[in-house]
Design a binder for this molecule. Structure first.
Ligand code: SF4
Length: 262
């Protein structure tokens, strides 16, 4: 039991909280225990977040698909403020525009939309959780539920269904996110999703995996195990990783460990 117990007892956990702890316990400490606001965004979260927002507007009928591309272009600069290499920014901008121009929603006629950016609350062994499901659909004919997450990253699997080497950690992490969300889905609808779909919007591809109960059970155990680990932790050690510490982490410009590297 650590001296942080009282603070930890008040935390509402989420997949991203647990994932952040796995990636860098010190970042978790800054955010959840010290309460330091994330002080730096980045181009990738700006651009990906903007695409998420536009898709949420489309799927909740707040933005007509025919107007989506114009909206994207007109509001891009107000929503994507951080920069990256010019060629990366150009590529992502064009990929976003291409996706919206090609988006075809005709298949949605077969589905009822159960939720868009659906906020879910649940508890695992007394620990409170919150999550936001990008898109939840139910097949009008067979009643099957499909859990969809919009992803800026490339597709996760090879043609043989095995994870691509460079996407393995993403695939494993984001599978856990989707299995965690399956818990409140079961609580609300009395059934698990039949499949999990990642919509890799920039690439215009999808990764589609069947729901596997064994992986779901493992994920719930993983979540509770990580929380137990957090409660035991007294050091919250920094994990230095080039991409995280120089591009992605919200603490990269104030982190003493990164400054110590220079
Ligand atoms: S900058 Fe690096 S070491 Fe510092 S909190 Fe972020 S991920 Fe951890």
């Amino acid at each position: 039991m650590t001296s942080y117990k009282e603070i930890l007892d008040k935390i509402t956990f989420s997949f991203s909280t647990l994932h952040q702890y796995e990636q860098c316990p010190y970042a978790f400490y800054n955010r959840k225990i010290d309460g330091t606001e994330l002080n730096e965004g980045n181009f990738y979260s700006d651009a990906g977040g903007y695409m998420h927002d536009i898709q949420a507007q489309i799927f909740s009928n707040q933005l007509n698909l025919d107007d989506a591309l114009d909206y994207y272009i007109e509001n891009y600069d107000n929503n994507v403020c951080y920069t990256a290499k010019q060629s990366t920014m150009d590529k992502k901008y064009e990929q976003g525009a291409d996706y919206l121009a090609a988006l075809d929603l005709s298949e949605l006629d077969n589905y009822e939309i159960l939720g868009v950016e659906k906020e879910v609350h649940f508890e695992l062994q007394g620990y409170k959780f919150i999550g936001f499901i990008d898109l939840l659909l139910q097949n009008k004919i067979n009643g099957e539920i499909i859990l969809i997450d919009h992803k800026s990253s490339d597709h996760f699997l090879k043609k043989d269904g095995k994870p691509l080497k460079n996407q393995l950690s993403n695939f494993e992490a984001y599978s856990k996110q989707m299995y965690l969300y399956s818990y409140p889905i079961y609580q609300e609808y009395g059934k698990y999703p039949s499949c999990i779909v990642w919509n890799h919007f920039y690439e215009q591809t999808i990764t589609n995996i069947p729901f596997v109960k064994e992986n779901y059970d493992k994920t719930l155990n993983w979540a509770v195990d990580i929380i137990h680990k957090i409660y035991q932790d007294e050091e919250f050690a920094a994990h230095l990783d080039y991409m995280m510490c120089h591009v992605l982490c919200g603490y990269r410009n104030s982190c003493e460990y990164v400054k110590g590297e220079e």
